[in-house]
Design a protein around this ligand. Structure first.
Ligand code: ACO
Length: 332
C-alpha cells in the first residue's frame, strides 16, 4: 500500500454576503436567534451565473497552484456535490473541461449529502493507496441557495454556497491514514426535497431536531472509528489517541452540533471538559452551512491562517443528507 498525501488545498466563496440582518427582512427571525441557535452571522450566496461547476473550478485551480503541479498531472477527478443542475452530465466533466485537465481521465460526481467531501476523499484515497493513480483531485462544491426556500425560516438561515478542493498524491510520508464512512438510510427523509408552488420547484425540507440528534452521535462515532477502527482501545488509550490530534475540521452545520459532538466524545473517552472542543476548527460564523464545501474550505482557511500546519494530525468529520456520515484521519 502507498502513502497518500494532501499536497494542496484551495477554496472559493461567492462575493455576495447575506447577513442575519438581511434575513430579518425576509422571514420572521432575528440575528440573536440565529447566532444563539446556530453560530451563524452571515453566509455567501452565488449569483445567477455561479454554479457548483464555476465555484468548484476556482477552488481546484487554487489547490493545483498550491500543490505546485501541472493540471495535466491529475489522473482522476472526483466532485462531491448535491446541486449539479441538470443532474447530468456531471459537474466533474464540466470542471475538467474548464480547467483543460488531461484528456481521457476518469471523472465523476459523488452525491452523499454534506458528507460528500469525506466520501470523495475516501474514494480518492483508495485509488492512490492501491497504486492505480498517483495524483487525484477531490472537490466539494455546492450551491445550496438554489434549493433553499427563502420563505422557510427553519432552513433559509442555515445555508450558503461555496467550494473547496484538495490534490492527493502518492508520497513517501504518512498522509490520509484512514477513513470511516457510515449511513442511516432509514432516516433518509429527515432531509428531503419537496415541491412547492405552482411551478413545482423543489426545495430542501428537513426535520431539524432529528438531524441534530443524529449528527452529534454520528460525528462522535466516526471520530472514534478513525482513531480506533477495531473499537478495542481502552479509555486510557483513547485519551492518548485524542491528545495526539492537533485539530478537528467538522462539517459546519451548526456550532451547537459541533460542540455537542465534542462534549459527547469528552464524556465517552473521559477527557476533561473542553479538551476536544478546543481542537474544533470553526468557520460557520462567516459562511453558514455550504454542504460539501464546508470541510475543505475550513481546512484551507485553517492552513492559510496558520491554525493548522504541515505535520499536524487532523480529523475531517461530517454528516449530511442521506443520512450519511464519515471521517478521514489525515497527517497534513
Ligand atoms: N428564527 C426564529 N425562530 C425559528 C427559526 C428562525 N430562523 N427557525 C425555527 N424557529 C423556531 C421554530 O419554529 C420553533 O418554534 P416553536 O417552538 O414555536 O415550534 C423554535 O424556533 C425552536 O425550534 P427548535 O427546532 O427546537 O430549534 P433548535 O434549537 O433545534 O434549532 C435548528 C433549530 C437550528 C434547525 C437545529 O435543529 C439544527 O441545526 N438542526 C440540524 C440542521 C442541519 O444541520 N441540517 C443540515 C444537514 S447537512 C445537509 O446535508 C444539507
Amino acid at each position: 500500500m502507498h502513502h497518500v498525501g494532501i499536497i494542496g488545498t484551495g477554496s472559493y466563496v461567492p462575493e455576495k454576503v447575506l447577513t442575519n440582518h438581511d434575513l430579518e427582512k425576509m422571514v420572521e427571525t432575528s440575528d440573536k436567534w440565529i447566532l444563539e441557535r446556530t453560530g451563524i452571522r452571515e453566509r455567501r450566496i452565488a449569483d445567477e451565473n455561479e454554479t457548483n461547476v464555476t465555484m468548484g473550478r476556482h477552488a481546484l485551480e487554487r489547490a493545483i497552484k498550491k500543490a505546485r503541479i501541472d493540471r495535466t498531472d491529475i489522473e482522476m477527478l472526483i466532485v462531491g456535490t448535491n446541486t449539479t443542475d441538470p443532474t447530468w452530465p456531471s459537474a466533474a466533466g464540466h470542471i475538467a473541461q474548464l480547467l483543460n485537465l488531461r484528456k481521457n481521465i476518469p471523472f465523476f460526481d459523488l452525491q452523499a449529502g454534506c458528507t460528500g467531501f469525506n466520501y470523495s476523499l475516501a474514494m480518492g484515497e483508495q485509488f492512490v493507496k492501491s497504486g492505480q493513480y498517483k495524483t487525484v483531485a477531490v472537490v466539494g462544491s455546492d450551491k445550496l441557495s438554489a434549493i433553499t426556500d427563502y420563505e422557510d425560516r427553519n432552513t433559509c438561515v442555515l445555508f450558503g454556497d461555496g467550494a473547496g478542493a484538495v490534490v492527493l498524491q502518492r508520497g513517501d510520508k504518512e498522509g490520509i491514514i484512514r477513513s470511516h464512512l457510515g449511513g442511516a438510510y432509514q432516516s433518509r427523509l429527515a432531509l428531503d426535497l419537496r415541491k412547492k408552488g405552482e411551478n413545482g420547484h423543489r426545495f430542501m425540507w428537513m426535520d431539524g431536531r432529528k438531524v441534530y440528534a443524529f449528527a452529534k452521535g454520528a460525528m462522535a462515532e466516526s471520530c472514534l472509528r478513525v482513531l480506533d477502527p477495531g473499537g478495542m482501545a481502552s479509555k486510557e488509550d483513547l485519551c492518548a489517541l485524542f491528545n495526539r490530534v492537533d485539530g478537528i475540521v467538522p462539517h459546519q452545520a451548526n456550532v451547537r452540533i459541533i460542540h455537542s459532538a465534542a462534549e459527547h466524545l469528552e464524556s465517552k473517552v473521559g477527557l476533561p471538559d473542553g479538551a476536544i472542543k478546543k481542537k474544533m476548527i470553526i468557520t460557520i460564523e462567516k459562511y453558514g452551512n455550504n454542504s460539501t464545501a464546508s470541510i475543505p474550505l475550513a481546512l484551507d482557511e485553517a492552513f492559510q491562517e496558520g491554525r493548522l500546519r504541515k505535520g499536524n494530525l487532523v480529523i475531517l468529520v461530517g454528516f449530511g443528507a442521506g443520512l450519511t456520515y464519515g471521517a478521514n484521519l489525515v497527517r497534513l
